[in-house]
Design a protein around this ligand. Structure first.
Ligand code: NAD
Length: 286
């Protein structure tokens, strides 16, 4: 299968990262969001990553121009019609994702492959909503996408082995280390890690320590590069709440239930770095 053009739905934290690695790998890439402002924000974050890489002499100015020349932004669904692969990285909400895939299914070529970056939602449910369940997989990247090596490639009982192999190879061409995971809630990493993040919030609620001390303890005590609150702020509290809700619905176990503080912070718009404030305040220097 020749991949001539790649589409990315969503230009947020993950969509812009996925768009960037596709453009770096030389694929003509189109990235969409619901407004020109959000598309431009995604393109700006790619631009800023690349110019920092030029400053650090990791890439040349020519390389920066080459990558930027490979990526285009749009707010029109129909611009995805000639894509061979479409990555979906819209908000972690099953209704929104089902709507996006129904529309893509209508406008894309019948042999185009659809790939969801969901953290916790059911790939089988999304695939079954299209007329191409055999050409539908999960590709779960990690944040920040250009720096994190891992991608989980998720199959379903309907997906084709041939398509799986093509996507697995594509992940290597995008500079990633793929692992094969099955369509079970949370796949591998989030299945094991989500309760750790929720427990950190519960420890805070119980007064075990401050945000700063819990983060410091986990970094210095276990050699983690980031503490749990830094990670929650980086990945987005709204996304973490959506993930916890999905897990709790699936397993009905208290350890997966979203703690009250998480719910309230999302209600208050404290989503982490993306909104300027989460467990830390990013409007002042941290
Ligand atoms: P985000 O909030 O930064 O970005 C989501 C973007 O999707 C927003 O810009 C939103 O406007 C856009 N969007 C919504 N509806 C759309 C539509 N119909 N068409 C196009 N764009 C639309 O969220 P994110 O952190 O980038 O998460 C995106 C997906 O990636 C989620 O499924 C999330 O669970 C998953 N994910 C997130 C992380 C992380 O660390 N944040 C890691 C792995 C996977």
């Amino acid at each position: 299968m020749e991949i001539k053009k790649i589409g990315v739905m969503g230009a947020g934290i993950m969509g812009s990262g996925i768009g960037q690695i596709c453009a770096v790998a030389g694929y003509p890439t189109i990235m969409s969001d619901i407004s020109t402002e959000l598309v431009n924000k995604g393109l700006a974050s790619i631009g800023s990553f690349l110019s920092k890489s030029v400053e650090k002499k990791k890439i040349t100015l020519d390389e920066e121009h080459r990558v930027l020349g490979n990526i285009q932004g749009t707010t029109r669904f129909t611009d995805m019609s000639d894509c061979d692969m479409v990555f979906e990285a819209v908000v972690e909400n099953i209704d929104v994702k089902l709507k996006v895939f129904a529309e893509l299914d209508r406008i894309c070529k019948p042999d185009a492959v659809f790939l969801s970056n969901t953290s916790s939602l059911c790939i089988t449910q999304m695939a079954a909503g299209t007329k191409r369940p055999e050409r539908f997989l999960g590709t779960h990247f990690f944040n920040p996408v250009p720096l994190m090596k891992l991608v989980e490639v998720i199959d379903t009982m309907m997906s084709s082995k041939e398509v799986f192999d093509i996507v697995y190879e594509l992940m290597k061409r995008l500079g990633k280390e793929p692992v094969h995971a099955h369509d079970k809630t949370g796949f591998i990493v989030n299945r094991l890690f989500s309760t750790y993040l929720l427990d950190a919030i519960r420890a805070l609620e119980e007064g075990v320590g401050t945000v700063e001390d819990i983060d410091k303890a986990m970094k210095l005590g276990l050699g983690h590069p980031m503490g749990p609150f830094e990670l929650l702020d980086l990945t987005g509290l709204d996304t973490n709440l959506a993930i916890a809700n999905t897990f709790y619905e699936e397993f009905r176990e208290r350890r997966f239930a979203p703690p009250p503080t998480l719910r309230r912070m999302v209600m208050a718009g404290r989503l982490g770095r993306k909104s300027g404030r989460g467990f830390y305040d990013y409007t002042k220097s941290k």
